[in-house]
Design a protein around this ligand. Structure first.
Ligand code: PDD
Length: 284
């Protein structure tokens, strides 16, 4: 059942091989997407493909694939259930190591699936609140590109784990940006705040949906700069991503956030989010 896609072929994972000269392997010269599918149907698929196109264009990797066809076929071959699809496109291999690249390289395209839970069935009790640390954002200045150069993200997450937390939040020039693999929200007196979109954060698809739902249901929100102090005195802090949904953060750097448990605005947003997914998937 573990079928992957590699350069035009669907094959068992253990048979998929990439050259040691692939630029994704040698330089992290590649971009990626993580796209949830529920009951075989892509969730906000077009938004993910738009972001993929943005990333590919930004790093000048050739983009001539029929993404939808490839992804839907891969999901079907893996049982068509609730899966998150990882899609990576590298600049390809020139059969040697050289920083300079040739525009004629054929990109390497790889995709695989991992099971995920559907939020509306799993319910609110399935969500485990997190503890987070705040750490310096040492990433480059094009975090809007979903690049596979994730060493800073990996190291800060490990640092969080070493300190008994489960997530790391980045801070650049005294402004919070996002988490190691998630966007950041806080709530103060019923208003939702999140850092504005810029090249310092990834334009999260889940983030966008949260703001859409807030707008539709008359929950006030603002896209603003957030500093460390504002984070610590927030009533609620959440993080969001396609694989984890919306998750409350109940402690930052050992300081309790709000009452130290998931808050009422998070509960409301979780229900709106779950309801949105359920309606989309079941039509009910
Ligand atoms: N990451 N910010 C960063 C740095 C991320 O890596 C992600 C997602 C997000 C949230 O984006 P979205 O809502 O579109 O998933 C924000 C994926 C899940 C990953 O790297 O596995």
């Amino acid at each position: 059942m573990n079928t992957v896609y590699l350069n035009g072929e669907f094959l068992p994972a253990e048979e998929a091989k990439v050259s040691v000269f692939d630029r994704g392997f040698l330089f992290g010269d590649s971009v990626y997407e993580v796209i949830p599918f529920y009951q075989g149907v892509g969730f906000r698929l077009q938004a993910h493909l738009d972001r993929l196109n943005h990333s590919l264009r930004a790093v000048r990797i050739k983009n001539e694939q029929h993404w939808e066809e490839i992804l839907e076929s891969l999901v079907a071959r893996n049982g068509g259930g609730n899966l998150s699809v990882y899609l990576q496109v590298t600049r390809g291999s020139a059969g040697k190591r050289s920083h300079a690249y040739d525009d004629s390289l054929e990109p390497t395209v790889f995709a695989c699936c991992t099971p995920i839970k559907d939020v509306w069935k799993a319910g609110v009790d399935s969500v485990v609140p997190l503890k987070a640390i705040v750490t310096e954002d040492l990433r480059w200045h094009r975090c809007d590109i979903k690049s596979t150069c994730l060493l800073p993200n990996i190291l800060v997450l490990q640092q969080a784990k070493d300190e008994g937390a489960q997530e790391a939040l980045f801070s650049r020039n005294d402004k919070l940006t996002e988490g190691s693999a998630c966007n950041l929200f806080l709530v103060k007196r019923g208003v939702i705040y999140t850092p504005k979109r810029s090249s310092e954060i990834l334009g999260g698809i889940t983030r966008e949906l949260i703001l859409e739902l807030a707008d539709k249901h008359a929950i006030q929100f603002q896209e603003v700069d957030i500093d460390y102090q504002q984070l610590l005195v927030a009533d609620e802090v959440w993080v969001s991503s396609s694989t984890r949904g919306i998750v409350p953060v109940i402690e930052v750097d050992g300081h309790k956030i709000g009452k130290g448990q998931s808050g009422p605005v998070w509960h409301k947003m979780f229900e709106l989010f779950a309801d949105f997914q359920r309606k989309l998937m079941t039509g009910l």
